[in-house]
Write a protein that binds this ligand. Structure first.
Ligand code: SAH
Length: 244
Protein backbone atom coordinates (compact mmCIF):
# COMPACT_ATOMS: atom_id res chain seq x y z
CA UNK A 1 0.00 0.00 0.00
CA UNK A 2 1.63 3.26 -1.08
CA UNK A 3 0.60 6.60 0.40
CA UNK A 4 -1.68 8.64 -1.89
CA UNK A 5 0.87 11.44 -2.16
CA UNK A 6 3.48 8.90 -3.30
CA UNK A 7 3.88 9.94 -6.94
CA UNK A 8 4.16 13.68 -6.24
CA UNK A 9 6.50 13.01 -3.35
CA UNK A 10 8.58 10.73 -5.58
CA UNK A 11 8.68 13.25 -8.43
CA UNK A 12 9.98 15.98 -6.14
CA UNK A 13 12.49 13.54 -4.68
CA UNK A 14 13.83 12.69 -8.14
CA UNK A 15 14.43 16.40 -8.82
CA UNK A 16 16.24 16.54 -5.50
CA UNK A 17 18.36 13.55 -6.35
CA UNK A 18 20.21 15.62 -8.92
CA UNK A 19 20.73 18.45 -6.41
CA UNK A 20 21.52 16.44 -3.30
CA UNK A 21 20.66 17.52 0.21
CA UNK A 22 22.95 19.53 2.44
CA UNK A 23 22.69 19.45 6.24
CA UNK A 24 24.78 21.72 8.47
CA UNK A 25 24.72 20.73 12.14
CA UNK A 26 25.98 23.31 14.63
CA UNK A 27 27.12 21.96 17.98
CA UNK A 28 29.38 22.41 20.99
CA UNK A 29 30.27 18.70 20.85
CA UNK A 30 30.08 17.51 17.22
CA UNK A 31 32.17 14.47 18.22
CA UNK A 32 29.01 13.07 19.79
CA UNK A 33 27.53 12.67 16.29
CA UNK A 34 30.57 11.45 14.34
CA UNK A 35 29.88 7.77 14.76
CA UNK A 36 26.21 8.12 13.85
CA UNK A 37 27.19 9.53 10.44
CA UNK A 38 30.22 7.30 9.85
CA UNK A 39 28.53 3.91 9.44
CA UNK A 40 25.89 1.95 7.62
CA UNK A 41 23.12 3.78 5.74
CA UNK A 42 24.17 7.32 6.70
CA UNK A 43 27.73 6.64 5.56
CA UNK A 44 26.53 5.18 2.25
CA UNK A 45 24.22 8.14 1.63
CA UNK A 46 27.13 10.55 1.99
CA UNK A 47 29.50 8.41 -0.07
CA UNK A 48 27.01 8.37 -2.95
CA UNK A 49 26.55 12.18 -2.65
CA UNK A 50 22.82 11.93 -1.98
CA UNK A 51 23.47 13.99 1.12
CA UNK A 52 26.29 16.11 2.45
CA UNK A 53 26.48 16.39 6.25
CA UNK A 54 28.68 19.08 7.71
CA UNK A 55 29.33 18.96 11.46
CA UNK A 56 30.33 22.43 12.65
CA UNK A 57 32.05 23.15 15.94
CA UNK A 58 30.56 26.33 17.35
CA UNK A 59 33.95 27.11 18.90
CA UNK A 60 35.17 28.15 15.42
CA UNK A 61 32.85 31.15 15.73
CA UNK A 62 33.72 32.20 19.28
CA UNK A 63 35.57 35.49 19.66
CA UNK A 64 37.94 36.83 22.29
CA UNK A 65 40.77 35.10 24.10
CA UNK A 66 38.44 32.96 26.17
CA UNK A 67 36.50 31.64 23.15
CA UNK A 68 33.48 31.85 25.41
CA UNK A 69 30.34 30.09 24.23
CA UNK A 70 28.09 30.13 27.28
CA UNK A 71 27.39 32.38 30.24
CA UNK A 72 25.27 32.63 33.38
CA UNK A 73 21.54 33.19 32.97
CA UNK A 74 20.31 36.73 33.57
CA UNK A 75 18.10 36.69 36.65
CA UNK A 76 20.16 33.92 38.23
CA UNK A 77 19.43 30.25 38.68
CA UNK A 78 21.38 27.09 37.97
CA UNK A 79 22.70 26.23 34.52
CA UNK A 80 24.56 28.01 31.74
CA UNK A 81 23.01 29.50 28.61
CA UNK A 82 24.54 29.37 25.12
CA UNK A 83 25.41 32.91 23.99
CA UNK A 84 23.88 34.56 20.94
CA UNK A 85 27.06 36.02 19.35
CA UNK A 86 28.84 32.80 18.25
CA UNK A 87 25.57 31.25 17.08
CA UNK A 88 24.65 34.40 15.11
CA UNK A 89 28.14 34.54 13.57
CA UNK A 90 27.91 30.89 12.56
CA UNK A 91 24.40 31.05 11.09
CA UNK A 92 25.15 34.31 9.24
CA UNK A 93 28.30 32.79 7.78
CA UNK A 94 26.38 29.72 6.59
CA UNK A 95 23.59 31.90 5.16
CA UNK A 96 26.12 33.91 3.15
CA UNK A 97 26.97 30.70 1.24
CA UNK A 98 23.56 29.02 0.84
CA UNK A 99 19.85 29.63 0.96
CA UNK A 100 18.34 27.53 3.71
CA UNK A 101 14.88 26.00 3.62
CA UNK A 102 14.80 25.62 7.40
CA UNK A 103 16.97 26.59 10.36
CA UNK A 104 15.98 24.04 12.98
CA UNK A 105 16.61 24.16 16.72
CA UNK A 106 16.37 20.83 18.54
CA UNK A 107 14.36 21.53 21.67
CA UNK A 108 12.17 19.55 24.09
CA UNK A 109 9.47 22.23 23.75
CA UNK A 110 9.44 22.05 19.93
CA UNK A 111 6.97 20.27 17.58
CA UNK A 112 7.03 16.55 18.29
CA UNK A 113 8.91 14.78 15.47
CA UNK A 114 6.81 12.42 13.37
CA UNK A 115 7.04 10.64 10.02
CA UNK A 116 5.10 13.34 8.16
CA UNK A 117 7.63 15.98 9.22
CA UNK A 118 10.49 13.69 8.13
CA UNK A 119 8.83 13.23 4.73
CA UNK A 120 8.51 17.02 4.35
CA UNK A 121 12.09 17.66 5.43
CA UNK A 122 13.38 15.02 2.98
CA UNK A 123 12.14 17.26 0.14
CA UNK A 124 14.33 20.17 1.22
CA UNK A 125 17.70 21.10 -0.20
CA UNK A 126 19.57 22.94 2.55
CA UNK A 127 18.90 22.79 6.26
CA UNK A 128 20.71 23.90 9.40
CA UNK A 129 20.24 22.03 12.67
CA UNK A 130 21.29 23.83 15.85
CA UNK A 131 22.00 21.68 18.91
CA UNK A 132 21.55 23.24 22.31
CA UNK A 133 23.41 22.38 25.51
CA UNK A 134 23.13 23.27 29.22
CA UNK A 135 19.88 25.25 29.77
CA UNK A 136 19.59 25.84 26.02
CA UNK A 137 20.27 28.87 23.80
CA UNK A 138 19.58 32.57 24.45
CA UNK A 139 15.91 33.07 23.56
CA UNK A 140 16.83 35.78 21.00
CA UNK A 141 18.46 33.08 18.82
CA UNK A 142 15.12 31.27 18.70
CA UNK A 143 13.19 34.47 17.96
CA UNK A 144 15.41 35.84 15.21
CA UNK A 145 17.23 32.97 13.52
CA UNK A 146 15.27 29.77 14.00
CA UNK A 147 12.48 28.86 11.57
CA UNK A 148 11.41 25.59 13.17
CA UNK A 149 11.83 23.88 16.55
CA UNK A 150 11.70 20.11 16.82
CA UNK A 151 11.57 17.76 19.81
CA UNK A 152 12.23 14.02 19.56
CA UNK A 153 10.07 13.22 22.59
CA UNK A 154 8.74 14.35 25.92
CA UNK A 155 11.96 13.88 27.88
CA UNK A 156 15.05 16.03 28.33
CA UNK A 157 18.44 15.10 26.87
CA UNK A 158 21.66 16.76 27.97
CA UNK A 159 22.33 18.07 24.46
CA UNK A 160 20.73 18.36 21.03
CA UNK A 161 23.36 16.19 19.30
CA UNK A 162 21.68 12.81 19.66
CA UNK A 163 18.34 14.39 18.75
CA UNK A 164 19.94 15.93 15.62
CA UNK A 165 21.34 12.51 14.68
CA UNK A 166 17.90 10.93 15.13
CA UNK A 167 16.26 13.60 12.97
CA UNK A 168 18.94 13.35 10.28
CA UNK A 169 18.76 9.55 10.14
CA UNK A 170 14.96 9.61 9.82
CA UNK A 171 15.21 12.13 6.95
CA UNK A 172 18.25 10.76 5.12
CA UNK A 173 16.86 7.21 4.84
CA UNK A 174 13.96 8.66 2.83
CA UNK A 175 16.20 10.20 0.16
CA UNK A 176 16.06 8.33 -3.14
CA UNK A 177 18.94 5.93 -3.64
CA UNK A 178 19.71 5.59 0.08
CA UNK A 179 17.82 2.38 0.85
CA UNK A 180 18.47 -0.55 -1.46
CA UNK A 181 14.82 -1.13 -2.25
CA UNK A 182 13.52 2.40 -2.67
CA UNK A 183 9.96 1.60 -1.77
CA UNK A 184 10.96 -0.05 1.47
CA UNK A 185 10.83 3.22 3.43
CA UNK A 186 7.24 3.60 2.30
CA UNK A 187 6.24 0.27 3.82
CA UNK A 188 7.66 1.19 7.22
CA UNK A 189 5.53 2.09 10.22
CA UNK A 190 3.74 5.47 10.23
CA UNK A 191 3.58 5.90 6.44
CA UNK A 192 -0.17 6.10 5.77
CA UNK A 193 -0.68 6.11 9.58
CA UNK A 194 -0.24 2.35 9.88
CA UNK A 195 2.28 0.32 11.83
CA UNK A 196 4.36 -2.13 9.77
CA UNK A 197 3.24 -5.79 9.59
CA UNK A 198 5.36 -8.56 11.19
CA UNK A 199 8.33 -9.83 9.17
CA UNK A 200 9.99 -13.28 9.05
CA UNK A 201 13.05 -14.84 7.47
CA UNK A 202 14.59 -18.33 7.21
CA UNK A 203 14.20 -20.91 8.64
CA UNK A 204 10.50 -21.38 7.79
CA UNK A 205 10.24 -23.68 10.83
CA UNK A 206 12.17 -23.03 14.03
CA UNK A 207 11.46 -25.76 16.61
CA UNK A 208 7.67 -25.88 16.24
CA UNK A 209 7.27 -22.18 15.40
CA UNK A 210 6.19 -21.85 11.79
CA UNK A 211 6.16 -18.77 9.57
CA UNK A 212 2.58 -17.86 8.45
CA UNK A 213 1.86 -20.05 5.45
CA UNK A 214 0.65 -17.25 3.20
CA UNK A 215 4.16 -15.74 3.16
CA UNK A 216 5.53 -18.97 1.66
CA UNK A 217 2.75 -19.24 -0.93
CA UNK A 218 4.36 -17.00 -3.56
CA UNK A 219 0.90 -15.47 -4.18
CA UNK A 220 1.70 -11.76 -4.07
CA UNK A 221 -1.92 -10.49 -3.95
CA UNK A 222 -2.67 -12.70 -0.94
CA UNK A 223 0.57 -11.67 0.71
CA UNK A 224 -0.25 -7.95 0.22
CA UNK A 225 -3.73 -8.54 1.63
CA UNK A 226 -2.37 -10.41 4.66
CA UNK A 227 0.21 -7.70 5.33
CA UNK A 228 -2.39 -4.98 5.10
CA UNK A 229 -4.70 -6.82 7.52
CA UNK A 230 -1.81 -7.38 9.94
CA UNK A 231 -0.91 -3.69 9.74
CA UNK A 232 -4.46 -2.70 10.54
CA UNK A 233 -4.76 -5.18 13.41
CA UNK A 234 -1.43 -4.15 14.88
CA UNK A 235 -2.30 -0.45 14.64
CA UNK A 236 -5.73 -1.05 16.19
CA UNK A 237 -4.16 -2.92 19.08
CA UNK A 238 -1.07 -0.83 19.74
CA UNK A 239 -1.76 2.65 18.41
CA UNK A 240 -5.50 3.18 17.86
CA UNK A 241 -4.83 6.94 17.96
CA UNK A 242 -3.19 6.66 14.50
CA UNK A 243 -6.44 5.43 12.92
CA UNK A 244 -8.51 8.42 14.05
N1 SAH B 1 16.19 23.83 29.74
C1 SAH B 1 15.63 23.15 28.62
C2 SAH B 1 16.33 21.84 28.35
C3 SAH B 1 17.74 22.00 27.89
S1 SAH B 1 18.44 20.47 27.52
C4 SAH B 1 14.16 22.84 28.90
O1 SAH B 1 13.83 22.54 30.03
O2 SAH B 1 13.36 22.87 27.95
C5 SAH B 1 19.79 20.94 26.50
C6 SAH B 1 19.59 20.82 25.01
O3 SAH B 1 19.34 19.47 24.67
C7 SAH B 1 18.44 21.63 24.44
O4 SAH B 1 18.81 22.94 24.18
C8 SAH B 1 18.14 20.86 23.17
O5 SAH B 1 18.94 21.29 22.09
C9 SAH B 1 18.50 19.43 23.53
N2 SAH B 1 17.34 18.58 23.86
C10 SAH B 1 17.00 18.12 25.08
N3 SAH B 1 15.91 17.37 25.04
C11 SAH B 1 15.52 17.32 23.75
C12 SAH B 1 14.43 16.71 23.07
N4 SAH B 1 13.51 15.98 23.71
N5 SAH B 1 14.33 16.88 21.73
C13 SAH B 1 15.24 17.63 21.07
N6 SAH B 1 16.28 18.24 21.67
C14 SAH B 1 16.43 18.10 22.99
Amino acid sequence: MLPKCYSLHRAIQIIHLSLGMHIDIISLVPELMQSAFAHSIMKRAQASKVVEVNLIHLREYASGKQKQLDDYAFGGGAGMVMMIEPIAACINDLKSKRNYDEIIYMSPDGELLNQKMCNQLSLMTNIIILCGHYKGVDERVREHFITREISIGDYVLSGGELAAAVLSDAVIRLLPGVLNDETSALSDSFQDNLLAPPVYTRPAMYQEWAVPEVLLSGHSANIDKWRHEQSLQRTQKRRPDLLK
